[in-house]
Every structure is written in structure tokens, then in C-alpha cells.
Design a protein around this ligand. Structure first.
Ligand SMILES: [Zn+2]
Length: 355
């Protein structure tokens, strides 16, 4: 069920924030992308991201199935990503997303040697921390390099079955590129952030092994680790250096706040099961800070509010039985929740015989 309007009035409750230590990732499904696969891919990114080593964790901008982002796609990974990046500004701002990951269908890029379109499973836009020679690291006074904040924040990932095993590899591989991590073979594009920003790969003929940033075509089993081979293959060093900067590409301009304008409509006064059903919805003055909402109810009217469940969006269906209820809402992130909304909706119970 959806509200008719996607526009929320932005009553930003501005506060000066310390440096952000959490990267907000917004996943958006392009036409031809598979939303369920994308959801699983985002989960793999969270489970393999080395939060403890980098000091920066990941927060998803939305919970559950990623949002749809409808633009005319062609399947050309670079063209689709460029168009998506050029048009994503308002929704990126709405969610305060540092990184935006687009999920498309079957993707191709032009092979620079043959001119043919070849299948790819992902692509990241990272020019800030890529190339030959210094300086690639250009920090501001706070020690952060934010030069990629407007063009080094996107990647496109295929959800097509052709990418098979790469389903879980690609998100974290591309996310690594966005943090200055590089392939095993630096080839013509140079190294990424540091001279040792390289994946590790070995094939002795007996043992074959490669880390997460290694190219898909190399032999061996891909493992979900970043290289940490001091001095030669050390993508972890790049991540540790850049993660805090990426987390500050967008600094939240508002904080978690109690939902406002809680209201609703009666959808069925008395079902065959003696329930009264309502739709309850509300506004959030800072959706960028909210991960999900909690629904609380006072039933019968005047009883203490008790927790009834959580929903990922600002609307929920409720079904009351036996007595009317006041419904209030809390906005929550992954650490804490706002106070209960001051506004409330009367979910009336209307199945009693009228006297
Ligand atoms: Zn790559």
C-alpha cells in the first residue's frame, strides 16, 4: 500500500554534527533490476564490510526491499550509471546517502580492444582515488578527502542470473573501489589510492586463491577478505584511510525526531471476523535519520502505550478488536528511537452493537 504523495515537507532540525562514523548506503533498483536479489546483495555488503578495522560502519538508508528508481536504461553499465548519477540528487539528499548503489539487469560495457559489448556484473565510478602518481589523497583541514563526494559515490550492480556467483561478490567489490581499493592487475588505469592498493591473487598450480577485489577472470576461489599484505597488496590500508571520508560525503542535516501528523482512515468498520481496520500514516521531519518506525497503541483508550510492531515505511494497516485504540509512532535508527509522537490516531472499534 502506498501513499499518494512521496513528497515530505522538509522541516530540517539543523544541528551541528561531529564527524560521521557511519556510511549511509542507499540501494536503488533500476528498471530490469531484480529487487529481491538486490536486497540479498545489500545484505552481503553489510555482512562482509570490515567495520571494526575501518572504524566506519554501514547504515542502509532504507530497510527491506530497496526502492525503485525509474529512468530509461539501456543495459550499458557506464551510460546507465551516468544517467542515474545525474538524476539521483534529490533522493540522495532526502536520505542523506553517502553512497548510492544502483541495481540493474543484464549489463554490458564496450571492450576497448574489440569494440564489442561484453557482459559485466558491476561498475564503480571512482576517479578521485585512481590513477598514476600523486597526489590522490587530498585531505581538508579535518583530515578528510571529500573530493569524490559528488562524483565518486555511485556504483551499478547487476542482478541478472548471468552473474551467478558474483551476486554476493560484486556489491562489496564495487564498494571497495569507491573506497580506493584496486584490482590485482593495475593495468592501464594505474593503481587505486596507494601503490599497494591491490588485490592479492596466487595460483601455484596447486593452490589458487584471490581476495575480494581481484578481477573476476583470475583463477582461484574468491574469498570475502580485503588484502592485507603489507607493502605490496594491501587494500585494507586504502579502506582504513578513506572510510571516514566516505562517511562524511553527506553529513546528516537533521536528527532522529518523533513522527508528526499521525492520522488515518477507516477502511472497514466491522469485518466478518469482528475487526475494525484502519490505515495509519504520518510524516517524518527527518527521513534521512530514520531506518524504521515502531507502532505503539493505547488500548483500551487511556491504557499505557505498548509496542505493537515495526514497519519500514510511513504507513501501516491496523486491525483493532474488542476496544478502540490510540495509535502513536516512534522513528528509529539502528541504535535508538525517538519519543512517541505527540499526535495520535484514534483507531476506533466499531463492531459493538449500537445501542
Ligand atoms: Zn573491479
Amino acid at each position: 500500500m502506498k501513499r499518494l504523495s512521496l513528497i515530505l515537507v522538509a522541516l530540517f532540525n539543523c544541528s551541528v554534527q561531529a564527524q560521521d562514523t557511519e556510511t549511509t548506503v542507499l540501494g536503488l533498483v533500476l528498471p530490469e533490476g531484480d529487487a529481491q536479489v538486490a536486497s540479498n546483495q545489500l545484505a552481503s555488503l553489510i555482512s562482509y564490510w570490515p567495520s571494526s578495522q575501518t572504524g566506519v560502519s554501514i547504515k542502509m538508508a532504507t530497510v527491506g526491499i530497496p526502492l525503485q528508481f525509474v529512468i530509461p536504461v539501456t543495459g550499458d553499465a557506464q551510460a546507465d550509471m551516468d544517467l542515474a548519477m545525474a538524476t539521483v540528487g534529490p533522493i540522495r539528499d532526502q536520505y542523506g546517502a553517502d553512497i548510492v548503489l544502483f541495481f540493474g539487469g543484464f549489463l554490458t560495457v564496450e571492450d576497448p580492444e574489440t569494440g564489442e559489448q561484453i557482459n559485466v556484473c558491476g561498475r564503480a565510478n571512482q576517479e578521485n582515488w585512481l590513477g598514476f602518481g600523486a597526489p590522490k589523497w587530498d585531505p581538508n583541514g579535518a583530515g578528510l578527502d571529500l573530493n569524490g563526494s559528488e562524483d565518486g559515490f555511485v556504483a551499478i550492480i547487476s542482478t541478472d542470473i548471468a552473474c551467478g556467483f558474483s551476486f554476493t561478490v560484486t556489491p562489496i567489490h564495487e564498494y571497495g573501489h569507491l573506497h580506493g581499493a584496486g584490482h590485482f592487475d593495475p593495468d592501464a588505469i594505474g593503481y587505486y589510492l596507494n601503490d599497494d592498493s591491490r588485490a592479492y591473487h596466487v595460483d601455484t598450480g596447486f593452490v589458487a586463491f584471490k581476495t575480494i577485489m581481484a578481477e573476476g577472470g583470475l583463477s582461484g576461489t574468491q574469498t570475502f577478505v580485503f588484502s592485507t599484505y603489507t607493502g605490496f597488496y594491501n587494500n585494507m590500508r586504502a579502506l582504513v584511510r578513506t572510510a571516514q571520508s566516505v562517511a562524511n560525503y553527506r553529513v546528516p542535516q537533521c536528527g532522529l525526531a518523533a513522527p508528526i501528523n499521525v492520522q488515518g482512515v477507516l477502511t472497514n468498520a466491522c469485518t466478518e471476523f469482528q475487526h475494525s481496520t484502519h490505515i495509519v500514516f504520518w510524516d517524518d521531519s527527518c527521513p534521512a535519520a530514520t531506518a524504521y518506525y515502531q507502532i505503539w497503541a493505547s488500548q483500551p483508550l487511556g491504557a499505557p502505550y505498548t509496542f505493537k510492531g515495526s514497519v519500514p515505511i510511513d504507513i501501516v494497516g491496523v486491525s483493532v478488536v474488542g476496544a478502540s485504540a490510540w495509535v502513536k509512532v516512534k522513528a528509529c535508527d539502528f541504535d535508538t528511537c525517538s519519543p512517541l509522537s505527540s499526535s495520535k490516531y484514534l483507531a476506533a472499534y466499531l463492531c459493538f452493537p449500537q445501542s
